[in-house]
Write a protein that binds this ligand. Sequence first.
Ligand SMILES: *Cc1c(COP(=O)(O)O)cnc(C)c1O
Length: 223
Amino acid sequence: MYDVKKNLNEVKKDLPEGVRLVAVSKFHPAEYITAAYEEGQRIFGESHEQELRQKVEQLPKDIEWHFIGHLQTNKVKYIAPYISMVEAVDSMKLLREINRQAERCGRVIDVLLELHIAEEETKYGLTLEACRKLLADGEWREMKNVRIRGLMMMASYTDDETQIRSEMMTAANFFDEVKQEYFADDDSFSERSWGMSHDYPIAVECRSTMVRVGSKIFGERVY
Ligand SMILES: *Cc1c(COP(=O)(O)O)cnc(C)c1O
């Protein structure tokens, strides 16, 4: 097996207090998750509903699962009973559906709003303008079964550190803006999820509170 335990501990060493690690285990087998679990890791990120469901059945119940990928509204009902956080909410429609399904389960589900700041066209997420509109619209205030915990983004996939840093700082500054405008009295709005295997050290410098690291821990994914 790829040296999951050693890699996990190397990544953890790089993280200051206050930055949590989401170990992104998508496309990796349950044994890899168990290896990380044995080292104390409890938060895992997945992006496919069926794969996640199988892993949830096999693995310990105290794992916190984060859904990190693009989530189709018709899949929400399957994950609503157990998901700890939906990290990539990129539309009002999706937020409404999470609220609806969470209510049916008698739960409150934590979510992050996903920002689109990177240059790549393929990335999902809300533009800053769309995110401002969603919050200004105010419908989210009536949703009793979702709790907006913060923001999430993916920087452009590039070697250009300056660009990565600039995108992450845009997200960090935007966090301050919406925190002040909408969540000043809400301590639970506190999460900034950015940083992946190739850029998490930069993310830490750009005020990330939650890095999502996959291949650096588990090896290359075989799709
Ligand atoms: C796959 C994925 C990651 C992890 O990517 P690595 O480069 O393997 O660390 C992080 N965030 C999201 C949204 C992902 O889909």
